[in-house]
Design a protein around this ligand. Sequence first.
Ligand SMILES: O=c1ccn([C@@H]2O[C@H](COP(=O)(O)O)[C@@H](O)[C@H]2O)c(=O)[nH]1
Length: 236
Amino acid sequence: MPEPISPRDRLIVALDMASTDEAERLIARIGDAASFYKIGYRLGYAGGLTLAERLVRGGHKVFLDLKLHDIGNTVEEGVQSLAGIGATFLTVHAYPQTMRAAASGRDKAGSGLKILGVTVLTSYDDADAREAGYALPVTDLVAARAAAAKDIGIDGIVCSAAEAAQVRAVIGPDRLIVTPGIRPAGAAIGDQKRVVTPAEAMRVGVDHVVVGRPITGAADPRDVARRIVDEMAAAL
Ligand SMILES: O=c1ccn([C@@H]2O[C@H](COP(=O)(O)O)[C@@H](O)[C@H]2O)c(=O)[nH]1
């Protein structure tokens, strides 16, 4: 069985900012209300990987949300390079060839980095999936990709908490479910389409929630982070 995760460590704050200075100011404001930070495209391409190393040295956990997807050799070597940063999670798109290559890179690096497969982006609904050429509804596509990730030996799944119960049934108790598209009640949804509250995410068996704009855009980011952690704690 997996180790228990504290409510605070379940929250991953998405640092979707333009510079490392801006990100570090936000982290200082949040203080001990959060311990786990996600670096994606915007910050990753603006010095975020160096910041990731600093955060790890400072005792934070880091999620590199780089969503790798390329030919197998390139993915495998990319994962090996990224493994040296000391991050906890790295995302790849949940295509079988990509996941096999990422698992191989992870195993060769032997760093403890966990690979998460992004099933279907939380900004997609069935119409978006159809427009992208997929005949299956999002829920079926998520389940199929989760099953492939499990078979390949990927450590966890990124999906919406709306699919978490179904995904848990597919992947079993030992792999992680990490869910963006999280919105506290009343928060602006923005471009997300499959949204769930922090409390509901806990009730359906999510391990970690990813929250960006509701925290980064708040007048008091520390207070919002604390409220999300408290909401999750009460639901567990
Ligand atoms: O399916 C996915 C995969 C990744 N994301 C990322 O999570 C955060 C969500 O930010 P919000 O501001 O809370 O919407 C963002 O960095 C995305 O790139 C996702 O939303 N959905």
